[in-house]
Design a binder for this molecule. Sequence first.
Ligand code: 2YC
Length: 272
Amino acid sequence: MTRLLQSDVESIAEELAHYDEELAGKTGLTLRQIACCAAGISEECLMRAACSMPVAVIPVTAGQGVIPCFAQAVKGIVRYLGFDATITGSSDVTGLAEGVSQGGRILFLADDRKFIALNILSGVVADNNEATARGFVAALNGLAGGLGEKDVLVLGAGPVGMAAISYLRALDARPVVLETDPIKSRFLEANSTLHVEHRLRPALANYRYVFDATPQGNFIGIDDLHPEASLAMPGMPLGLTKEAFAVFQDRVIHDPLQIGVATMLAMVVGIG
Ligand code: 2YC
């Protein structure tokens, strides 16, 4: 899991309206619609929850510590979706107690290994890896005008890539996977019905829909891509070179937190 930098998150809150406009232009779906679709709830359900479930974002100092502006970015995304949200004055356990005693019903907190949203009334927990996978697949589904019966090349068989494969199958898409770790790649080939690709360049040239769930960054150039490529790229840093992004940007979905956090919120709100 790539640890975000302050520079990745410091401008998210103030740029959300513009980001959402771009996202809707590419996918035909707003951030709210992507999150609700990925979580399997109606927009009305999310709006109802926004009136009754205040959110507390709790900074966590464990491991490598707090990322400046991370909590502010999470708060900004949650508020943008209509929820009351505050960042607790204290961190860690003290912050958690403060958040609940001040009325927080949904908690967001992250250490270096896990980033979760927790609904303290239902006990539902949403993990950022699963939420990011579902949200970016829902966005790619919009961008592609429906992924049913379409092949999708998933780069990376980590937690996000594997969750994406499950959700792609639920949408009747046909995921294929390319994983550079030979142990993981061989295991997938021997223990799953998944088609496994082994060579990056030929695979990129061959598949129109790509889901990059790797932390590689800057490894896909203009000449590597299918001319009609559409890409969902939750991996940080961005997998495309600057030149490739400049050419394909209208068909590339990429952000460090927005889709994942919005989907976590919709997932813990649950069916209402
Ligand atoms: O500011 C804080 O409370 C820090 N403890 C947050 C640490 C987040 C570490 N994880 C990441 O940077 C990202 C997640 C957003 C998802 C994957 N990696």
